[in-house]
Design a protein around this ligand. Structure first.
Ligand code: HEC
Length: 172
């Protein structure tokens, strides 16, 4: 039995999407508001799900960096990726239920136990990403390449990096 477990990122206020997967989670996204219900997912599935979300964030960040570094794509594309990142930032905290740290040994994960020692701090880091992705979206709307580069740099450093440095195990 196979079932798709993709988180849908929906940008744009006109779009409302609802999906209930066989694993028992639902994603509802309308404009900026998004909720992921993970109540019935196993810890291992939740870990997989959040790693997929992070991979999606990695892809979006890579596409933006290609615009900044070598002019690939358009400022409008950057705006779309930034909007997606803003949405996914709002989904992060829910994908980190207790019992899914490295120490819990339920699946391979880089989630440090510090996340649950300071869950408010973790949530604040996710909010920070949302804020900085919003600023990047705004810069992209203005179309000024230097401003886009600056906003992207800030998002990478204080958004992604700000959380990873505290809460994600260092990669080899
Ligand atoms: C609020 C904290 C937080 C923020 C913000 C955050 N991450 Fe992560 N990220 C994590 C944690 C924790 C993991 C480890 C997850 C796991 O292994 O279960 C992770 C893992 C990843 C991974 C590895 C996924 C895999 O294949 O296992 C990538 C890629 C990644 N993040 C990219 C990003 C990018 C790009 C951004 C910014 C746009 C970002 N992250 C923002 C906490 C965060």
């Amino acid at each position: 039995m196979s079932c798709s477990r993709k988180i849908i990122l929906v940008a744009g206020s006109a779009v409302v999407a609802t999906l209930v997967g066989m694993g028992g989670y639902a994603v509802v996204a309308a404009g900026d508001a998004a909720t992921v219900q993970t109540a019935q997912m196993s810890p291992a599935d939740t870990i997989k799900e959040r790693q997929e979300l992070m991979k999606g964030q990695g892809k979006a960040a890579k596409a933006i960096s290609e615009f900044v570094e070598s002019g690939t794509g358009t400022a409008e594309d950057v705006g779309k990726h930034a909007a997606d990142l803003k949405t996914s930032a709002g989904q992060i905290a829910e994908l980190f239920p207790a019992g899914t740290s490295i120490d819990d040994n339920v699946a391979k994960t880089a989630a440090k136990k510090e996340i649950w020692d300071d869950f408010d701090g973790f949530k604040a880091s996710a909010d920070k990403l949302g804020e900085l992705a919003g600023a990047l979206e705004e810069a992209a709307g203005g179309g000024d390449k230097q401003q886009i580069a600056d906003a992207f740099g800030a998002m990478g450093k204080d958004g992604c990096g700000g959380c990873h440095s505290k809460f994600r195990q260092k990669q080899e």
